[in-house]
Design a protein around this ligand. Structure first.
Ligand code: 1GP
Length: 250
């Protein structure tokens, strides 16, 4: 069953052409600072906040960061966990992902099996998502033991995306890795979207300008994720505004 956060994202994509998510890693700043960033991102037009990271995004730092973001921004918080420890009870939703091109059963299904009862207990909304990591892959590619999709092989990314859709996942996330020098190639985005149809295509990793985001959306991305760009920005609101004004047609 589709929950309220997923529905909200789908409606935003339908109404404006694309959605923007701001990724905040609880390990990179204090909860207070995360709250301020989220408020600035909200003022810049972001649609929701993702919270997660490959290392150290757990425990009190995670819970306090989620609480501060919700309090300051009023936006929905979607967890983006790298494992069971990336779950907490005060978030609104979780990207319930399987890293489809991992070589490790841990990232394909074991963390998910151990985490599922917690998602149930915490009553957070699970959003089923196929997660596919493309070269260079960054920290998450290494941690997730991914067999990285070569940048020159769009058909491989499309094949994984379609497998995710056939599994019933309603979103597919193509990830170049946080801090990547370049986003996922446009040809790959186009190949994946062509085969996905209505299934939402999420793009992240290395997106640091309005232009780059606009090109990805023109190629077929439905949701744009930015983390590093927001983190490094002196003026978070202006940075997020640049991205959101570039991707939203209406
Ligand atoms: C990481 O795709 C996200 O999972 C965000 O990447 O930090 O490069 O924006 P950046």
């Amino acid at each position: 069953m589709i929950g309220p956060v997923e529905e909200m994202l789908a409606e935003i994509v339908e109404a404006t052409g694309a959605a923007h998510l701001t990724l905040i890693d609880p390990d990179s700043q204090s909860p207070e600072e995360a709250g301020r960033m989220a408020r600035a991102a909200a003022d810049g037009g972001t649609d929701a906040i993702m919270v997660g990271g490959s290392v150290g995004a757990a425990g009190h730092a995670l819970e306090d960061t989620v609480a501060a973001i919700k309090e300051e921004s009023g936006l929905a918080v979607i967890l983006f966990p790298s494992g069971v420890s990336g779950l907490c009870s005060n978030a609104d939703a979780v990207f319930f992902m399987s890293l489809l091109n991992s070589r490790s059963a841990s990232y394909l299904i074991e963390n998910q099996a151990l985490g599922a009862p917690l998602v149930y207990k915490y009553r957070i909304e699970p959003i089923p998502m196929a997660y596919v990591i493309v070269e260079p892959g960054g920290t998450v590619g290494w941690v997730g033991d991914a067999k990285l999709i070569p940048r020159k092989k769009p058909e491989l990314a499309a094949a994984y995306a379609l497998a995710g859709k056939y599994f019933g996942m309603r979103m597919v996330y193509l990830e170049a890795g946080s801090g990547a020098e370049e986003p996922v190639p446009l040809k790959m985005v186009a190949a994946a979207k062509k085969i996905l149809g209505e299934t939402l295509l999420v793009l992240g990793g290395g997106i640091r300008s309005g232009n780059a985001a606009r090109n990805l959306v023109a190629a077929g991305a439905d949701v744009i994720v930015t983390g590093t760009g927001v983190e490094r920005s002196e003026d978070v609101e202006a940075f997020v505004r640049e991205i959101t004004s570039s991707i939203k047609a209406r």
